[in-house]
Design a protein around this ligand. Structure first.
Ligand code: MN
Length: 489
């Protein structure tokens, strides 16, 4: 889907036609220039002067699947009672852009005509009041429209809004159920569909095996060419790689047939399969599909959404699991990995991941599964976990700093990422556990905490951010207040 955003400019008839013509020209100019710099086009739609015009444009926006959100601005004053009916019906993400056409006050030429045209400073306050009064979730971005930082923030918000659109249409394919007895991977699928739009349903592993058996040798040959162009084949066990190709082709056919962008499976249910999909899941993830291990459909869905929110609609975001800690003083790190399934979008782009085969003792693997092995790159990142608190969903986001793994770990046969959690490893762990965050997360290098906060706000779910300033004591208070607030909602 090619998404766009609509620029809706508020005004009124009071100023006479000349001013309105100028407002329209400038709004078009701004939308055109911004479209060149933003990740998605900003289409100028209307200079709205009446209740009817606003109601009509909102109805149109709601109905148009390509419209991922509206951005409003008041060059002149736009009395807000005429916005009430429209805003009450708005079903798309909403950003209030508090900006100004001119950057500076023109010392010599400023007169009352200038003042009548350039009224954003009070026009945007009138506009802001009504959204506050209506308790609308919205993003407010203030600043000169050509300022680099302002454009970046708007771009980030657009990506969050696209995350909303992706979420509302997301279908998740579950191969089997979740791992027996595990709590955090459970959740209310009806609540999730109501709140986030996800359609989460199960397909039998037998259906997948049937699809795998129908894959041709030619299809596998073609996939092997793709693998060898992208990765270093570091094993003689070519049959194991060919088996992963067969699994990938079959899973992709089923996903695409049902229009699913995320999937989960579990090592406890591989009935009729020789290997847990490793390379197969990893290569699917690199193409933008979300994945969750052990039947974790929530993390699978979040991975797909956060990938879509990233650079070029498929960013460096991946299913991750906190595995083990390095607790040496002054060198405290988390080591993240999974049994097999870490997305190569986390790898250093200059180093080709290796395809290796190793024995995997856990699960029902008859043969050694092939998997990609690589190191995650260094850089600022976040880890995100969505948990079902019973009656509501909580999105937990923690700032982390990824480092090049501090040791080579030559006998570890999986991809690995190493990071420092905020505010520091042990307090970070205490905060995470206090909030109920899962061992499965989405780790992202190019979606920010602010974007996840915006997404959570638009989705109307609880958001908890663990950052350099968080303390357990303050977090406990915040969670207590959240419990009360969300009971009232
Ligand atoms: Mn796991």
């Amino acid at each position: 889907m090619k998404y766009n955003f609509w620029f809706v400019v508020g005004s009124q008839f009071l100023y006479g036609p000349e001013v309105l013509v100028t407002v329209e020209e400038r709004a078009k100019e701004m939308a055109d220039k911004l479209s060149e710099l933003l990740p998605y086009p900003l289409l100028y739609k209307v200079t709205a002067k009446t209740n009817q015009e606003i109601t009509d444009i909102v109805k149109e926006a709601n109905y148009d699947d390509t419209c991922a959100g509206i951005i409003t601005w008041c060059h002149t004053f736009s009395p807000s009672k005429m916005w009430i009916n429209g805003l009450n019906n708005l079903q798309k993400p909403y950003c209030h852009f508090a900006t100004q056409y001119n950057k500076e006050i023109p010392n010599d030429e400023i007169d009352m005509d200038f003042m009548n045209l350039n009224q954003a400073a009070h026009g945007d306050r009138e506009h802001g009041f009504i959204a506050a009064r209506l308790r609308m979730p919205r993003k407010i971005i203030a600043g000169y429209w050509q300022n680099q930082n302002v454009i970046e923030r708007m771009g980030d918000w657009m990506k969050s809004a696209v995350g909303v659109a992706v979420s509302k249409n997301l279908k998740v394919m579950r191969f089997g159920d979740n791992m027996r007895e595990v709590a955090v991977t459970e959740g209310d699928k009806v609540e999730v569909q109501t709140k986030l739009g996800w359609q989460v349903n199960t397909w039998a592993v037998g259906d997948l095996v049937k699809e795998m058996n129908a894959v041709t040798e030619q299809e596998i040959d073609d996939m092997m060419e793709i693998y060898s162009s992208k990765y270093d084949i570091s094993t003689d066990n070519i049959n194991a790689i060919r088996y992963q190709a067969r699994e990938e082709i079959a899973m992709k056919k089923m996903l695409d047939r049902e229009n699913c962008k995320a999937f989960s499976n579990t090592f406890q249910d591989l009935y009729g399969m020789e290997q847990l999909p490793g390379l197969a899941s990893q290569h699917l993830m690199s193409q933008g599909y979300g994945y969750g291990g052990e039947g974790d459909w929530k993390v699978a869905a979040m991975t797909a959404i956060m990938k879509a929110m990233g650079e070029n609609g498929n960013g460096a975001s991946a299913f991750m699991e906190d595995y083990t800690y390095h607790l040496a003083e002054g060198q405290e790190y988390s080591l993240g990995a999974h049994m097999l399934e870490v997305c190569p979008s986390l790898a250093d782009p200059d180093k080709k991941p290796k395809i290796e085969t190793h024995h995997l003792g856990i699960g029902m693997n008859e043969k050694d599964p092939a998997r990609l092995v690589f190191e995650g790159k260094a850089g600022d990142a976040i880890v995100v976990s969505l948990v079902d608190m019973g009656g509501r969903l909580r999105l937990i986001c923690q700032d982390v700093v990824c480092v090049k793994p501090i040791m080579p770990m030559p006998n570890l046969p999986v991809a690995r990422v190493m990071w420092k959690a905020m505010p520091n490893l042990t307090e970070g762990i205490e905060c995470w556990i206090t909030a109920g965050g899962a061992h499965h997360t989405v780790l992202s290098y190019d979606v920010s905490a602010e974007q996840m906060k915006d997404w959570a706000k638009m989705m109307d779910i609880e958001f908890v951010h663990i950052n350099k300033d968080t303390t357990v004591q303050e977090l406990e208070k915040e969670l207590l207040v959240n419990d009360l607030v969300w009971k009232l909602k």
